[in-house]
Design a protein around this ligand. Structure first.
Ligand SMILES: C[S@@+](CC[C@H](N)C(=O)[O-])C[C@H]1O[C@@H](n2cnc3c(N)ncnc32)[C@H](O)[C@@H]1O
Length: 171
């Protein structure tokens, strides 16, 4: 089970230099665990949140030897309150719930890093994936939403998918 290539890239470029020792992370809407497990393999303690019991059960099975480094929470991310300054790293891949943006900023520790990648409104041009505007980022939307963080990387691309990817750090 491979992570999205943006995670290993962001890890090498931004996470490892900022956190030479593994810390704590949350993977919001983490699905069957491909990113949470990848971070756990790199020594991180990870909380995986997903609304689907089926996905959580599969993630637990997939985690194998790394299961004890992952806390699995079946919860609605839209209602999720992580608490203040809880995590060194937050991951959100292919999930968009705008209500949760302030909570993500709140949940990051000072110095903590947010990695966010999901579809943009260009995706429907490719004739696959989500089509509802609720699930599609507008141009530069992540930049605006997380403008109070320091943006380390931002890119919007339309190759095999129409996506935006952001790495941003809390002061
Ligand atoms: C496209 S999958 C992405 C999974 C994972 N982030 C990845 O990239 O492999 C979207 C995930 O969001 C979860 N999800 C949808 N609505 C949710 C909600 N309100 N709260 C938490 N998870 C949710 C789904 O169960 C699914 O696992």
């Amino acid at each position: 089970m491979q992570p999205d290539p943006f995670l290993p890239y962001a890890y090498e470029q931004f996470i490892k230099p900022a956190f030479p020792n593994p810390g704590t992370a949350m993977d919001l809407a983490g699905g069957i665990g491909r990113h949470a497990i990848w971070l756990a393999r790199h020594g991180w303690q990870v909380t995986l949140v997903d609304i689907s019991e089926v996905a959580i059960a599969k993630a637990q099975e997939n985690a194998e030897a790394y299961r004890n480094r992952i806390t699995f929470q079946c919860a609605d991310a839209a209602q999720f309150k992580a608490g203040r300054s809880k995590y060194d790293v937050l991951l959100v891949f292919f999930y968009l719930e705008r209500k949760v943006f302030p909570e993500l900023i709140n949940a990051l520790r000072p110095g903590g890093v947010l990695i966010y990648k999901t579809y943009t409104e260009l995706q429907p041009r490719l004739g696959k994936g989500p089509t509802h505007p609720m699930h599609l980022l507008k141009q530069n939307e992540l930049l605006r939403a997380f403008s109070q963080l320091n943006v380390l990387h931002y890119e919007e691309t339309i190759r095999d998918r129409g996506v935006a990817q952001l790495v941003a750090r809390k002061s």
